[in-house]
Write a protein that binds this ligand. Structure first.
Ligand code: NAP
Length: 247
């Protein structure tokens, strides 16, 4: 059990990658706090489902883009679990469109949910981790943050911003034994990518050396590594889980 006894908070775990990470963490012996926003029923179902692993699991309805809510969430999780060892900043959205047609709202919403959220939560958890003199923060970015992508100027900028944030936090908090890494999935089969057109997906897959999309569980495996002591001398890095798509 790679995460036995660790207390992990995962944002946006009602479905997709976040759900797979929450599940895998509970399997590996972690106590899991997780958040959701609109998928209340799915959040409650996950909380019930993860009881089978015998660790403490609790879901919270909390908007990752809300600064005050992040503070309240951390206080509540610490009250419920005692401390927080691992934070996975996973909540994210897309509002795609070509720049010419992109509205200010599309830009602002993606920046708030994808980028401001990691400032909110990381800042809020820092005191707890500094007191414990240990912690692992994992920010779920995207390979698009490294390469850019037509039609995703807002999303790519938010994901690139997450990488700059990750490296800065790694430098600031390393002396306190708090690690901060980014995990960059490529094309992973979830509801987020399910919105894309099938022909485009097939063309994309052909450009991937492993010739297939990834599964949320494969991202979760990498998250276990970055959260666990197996990576205890690794900080400020971007780990790609993309079948070789970007190299
Ligand atoms: P998804 O299936 O659309 O799930 C997104 C999750 O984020 C949901 O649980 C959703 O909760 C939550 N969420 C959205 N806005 C939120 C908010 N304001 N506060 C709290 N939770 C919020 O997406 P996914 O594919 O699993 O992606 C997860 C992360 O991986 C995202 O950061 C995404 O950018 C990144 N990523 C995905 C891919 C991919 O190919 N799928 C590739 C690279 C990176 P509710 O439903 O409850 O609102």
């Amino acid at each position: 059990m790679l995460l036995k006894g660790k207390i992990a908070l995962i944002t946006g775990a009602s479905r997709g990658i976040g759900r797979a990470i929450a599940t895998r963490f509970a399997q590996e012996g972690a106590h899991v706090a997780f958040t959701y926003l609109s998928s209340v029923e799915k959040g409650q179902a996950l909380e019930a489902d993860l009881q089978q692993f015998g660790t403490t699991v609790k879901g919270y309805r909390s908007d990752a883009s809300d600064f005050k809510a992040a503070d309240e969430l951390i206080a509540q999780v610490v009250a419920d679990f005692g401390t927080i060892d691992v934070v996975i900043n996973n909540a994210g959205i897309t509002r795609d469109g070509l720049l010419m047609r992109m509205s200010e709202d599309q830009w602002d919403e993606v920046m708030r949910v994808n980028l401001k959220s990691i400032f909110n939560l990381t800042k809020a958890v820092t005191k707890t981790m500094m007191k414990a003199r240990s912690g692992s923060i994992v920010n779920i970015t995207s390979v698009v943050g490294l390469t850019g992508n037509a039609g995703q100027a807002n999303y790519a900028a938010s994901k690139a911003g997450m990488i700059g944030f990750t490296k800065s936090v790694a430098k600031e908090l390393g002396s306190r034994n708090i690690r901060c890494n980014a995990l960059a999935p490529g094309f992973i089969e979830t509801e987020m990518t399910g919105e894309l057109n099938e022909k485009a997906i097939e063309e994309w897959k052909q450009t991937i050396p492993l010739k297939r999309g990834g599964q949320p569980e494969e991202v979760a495996d990498a998250a276990v590594f970055l959260a666990s002591d197996l990576s205890k001398y690794i900080t400020g890095q971007v780990l790609q889980v993309d079948g070789g798509m970007v190299m």
